[in-house]
Design a protein around this ligand. Structure first.
Ligand SMILES: *Cc1c(COP(=O)(O)O)cnc(C)c1O
Length: 422
């Protein structure tokens, strides 16, 4: 047995934040728990989720419509149960956050309000190589307003190693195009490279040019310590099935900064965004409820909010800052092992500076795509599950709630064994 396992087990035993692995179902490979590094894609299922859904199913069975008021967690104000945990998760005021819809749907709803292009200022700024859904969403909004993505979608090209972006790249983009930019949509953590950005600095750059800024936190929520209120972006959107472990297609999150709480920004409205005190008078005029709640459309899916509530409770038990501290230790260990033992196999393209990344390391396999696929498949056959991004990147994301130092030793040891055999 590789002596790295002894060291890893000692680190697990001594860590100030013991693992919460036992709170999750960990899929098995040949009878043994996987080394599951795909929390950046679909987080594991908290054991508490099944009971959380059962409660709502039972209340539905036993109470029917009356569960809206008489249920154990009355459905009428159910989404309010998510408000405080979500605010803690992303560093917001409770009135600034709401759980609703899906990430891409929320992005569109936010752009309805915050992308108001004019002939002089028609453009949206994103990073080159953005997640396809984000790019489709912004390009379609540009076309919807009668503008042209060929000229009005500005993509900042990577200028730093591994396809990452320096702060100067953003500064230059805003300096060159600032007066034309209506909206900047930028990631908290870039999904492919794993690079994390200084959201306060990006917000200052955008606002200094009179542009609005929205942040996609698909890979940031549940991963970084966020301070959305203080950092000040106009809006943010994120999903909850990645690091937040709320299940496939989970209800997403949305942040609207307090400064927009009471403005009569144009929006696409629905009855659940109507002022709560008069919602059930069923009048014809839409009066938005102040804050992020005012962007809700429909009464929320209780069966889908129940797992989110259960998963956020785990974040509250630990707290984001303790979790991030553990994440830095885990990913630091992964980095150190790769540098010491796998330098000839893997190149780390995620920034080495821990403040510029979350838990994920994106690893380019030296020797090209075929070799990369071979390693990826070898790992999967050993029960080590990362994910593959074309053309030659394996993403490994130790999630601090359930991954251990021992998991990391498993990845390193399996990769070293493969290199030896190859
Ligand atoms: C995961 C992810 C999405 C997914 O969008 P959905 O609407 O939840 O399907 C979008 N954007 C980014 C950056 C992502 O990482």
């Amino acid at each position: 047995m590789d002596p790295l396992f002894d060291r890893a087990r000692a680190l697990d035993a001594a860590d100030p934040l013991p693992t919460r692995r036992e709170a999750f179902h960990v899929p098995k490979h040949e009878g043994v728990e996987q080394r599951y590094f795909c929390g950046n894609s679909l987080g594991l299922m908290p054991r508490s989720v099944r009971e959380a859904i059962d409660i709502e199913l039972d209340d539905w069975a036993n109470l029917g419509v009356e569960a809206h008021f008489a249920g154990r967690n009355p459905w009428m104000p159910y989404h309010e149960l998510l408000r405080e945990p979500l605010a803690r998760l992303v560093g917001a005021q409770p009135s600034e956050v709401v759980a609703m819809n899906s990430l891409t749907a929320n992005l569109h709803l936010m752009m309805v309000s915050f992308y108001r292009p004019t002939a002089a200022r028609p453009a949206i700024l994103i990073e080159a190589g953005a997640f396809p859904s984000d790019r489709h969403a912004v390009a379609s909004q540009i076309r919807f307003h009668g503008f042209n993505p060929d000229t009005d979608l500005i993509e900042i090209a990577p200028d730093a190693p591994g396809g990452t972006l320096s702060m100067q790249a953003f500064e230059q983009a805003f300096a060159a195009h600032g007066a034309r930019i209506a909206l900047a949509l930028l990631p908290g953590v870039q999904y492919r490279t794993g690079q994390a950005f200084d959201l306060a600095a990006l917000t200052r750059l955008a606002h200094a040019q009179g542009a609005r800024i929205g942040i996609d936190l698909a890979h940031g929520a549940g991963n970084l310590v966020l301070n959305l209120h203080d950092d000040g972006p106009d809006f943010a959107v994120w999903c909850h099935y990645k690091y937040c472990n709320a299940g496939p297609g989970a209800v997403a999150g949305c942040f609207v900064h307090e400064r927009h709480a009471r403005t009569d920004l144009p929006r696409f409205a629905g009855w659940w965004g109507h002022d709560q005190s008069t919602r059930f008078r069923m009048g014809p005029e839409f009066v938005p409820t102040p804050g992020a709640d005012g962007w809700q459309l429909s009464n929320p899916p209780i069966m889908a909010l129940a797992p989110l509530r259960a998963s956020l409770a785990l974040f509250d038990q630990v707290g984001m800052s303790a979790l991030r501290a553990k994440s830095l230790r885990l990913t630091g260990f992964l980095q150190e092992c790769i540098e010491d033992r796998l330098n000839d196999v893997l190149e780390i393209i995620t920034p080495i500076d821990p403040t510029q990344r979350g838990c994920q390391l994106s690893l380019r396999v030296r020797g090209g795509r075929e070799r990369g696929r071979a390693l990826f498949e070898h790992l999967a056959a050993q029960g080590v599950l990362g994910d593959w991004r074309e053309p030659d990147v394996i993403r490994i994301s130790p999630a601090p709630l359930y991954n251990t130092f021992e998991d990391i030793a498993g990845f390193v040891s399996s990769t070293a064994a493969w290199r030896k055999a190859a």
